[in-house]
Design a binder for this molecule. Sequence first.
Ligand SMILES: [Zn+2]
Ligand SMILES: [Zn+2]
Length: 153
Amino acid sequence: MFCRNCGNEFTNPDAIICPRCETRTGEGNNNCQACGAYIDPSVEICPCCGVKLVTKGAKSKVAVGLAAIFLGSFGVHCFMLGYKKKGAIFLTAFLVNLIIGYGIATILLVITLGLSFVLPTLITLVFAVWGVVDAIMIFTGKVNKDAQGRFLK
Ligand SMILES: [Zn+2]
Ligand SMILES: [Zn+2]
């Protein structure tokens, strides 16, 4: 085992921080955990020894993808990946739509015979579809990192 941050070799496999750089084991993206080689932080597989680079705290692709499909309209998958601004856009749109969109729709219901529900439903649909598009990008590997640069596992 080598430090992912400085490449120091651990003499004790149970170490929870690197004795040299004091980074928690598994955190960092400079070195391979299996051979210690200095690697490009953007690669997913170590070019020296071929192992998949593991970063502690990495989120599961399946969990984030499913959240994007089923809870996409709320932006849950954005928060899981650490994209707080994008998540805030989803959540704000959902809440504004819920309060104002459906509020107005309810008031207008009597006059328009329910047609006013189309607009808020469309807005919800747009964000739900956006979530599914994000899920496809996650499952196909187009999005493979979180906001901190950790690869999804
Ligand atoms: Zn270190
Ligand atoms: Zn390696």
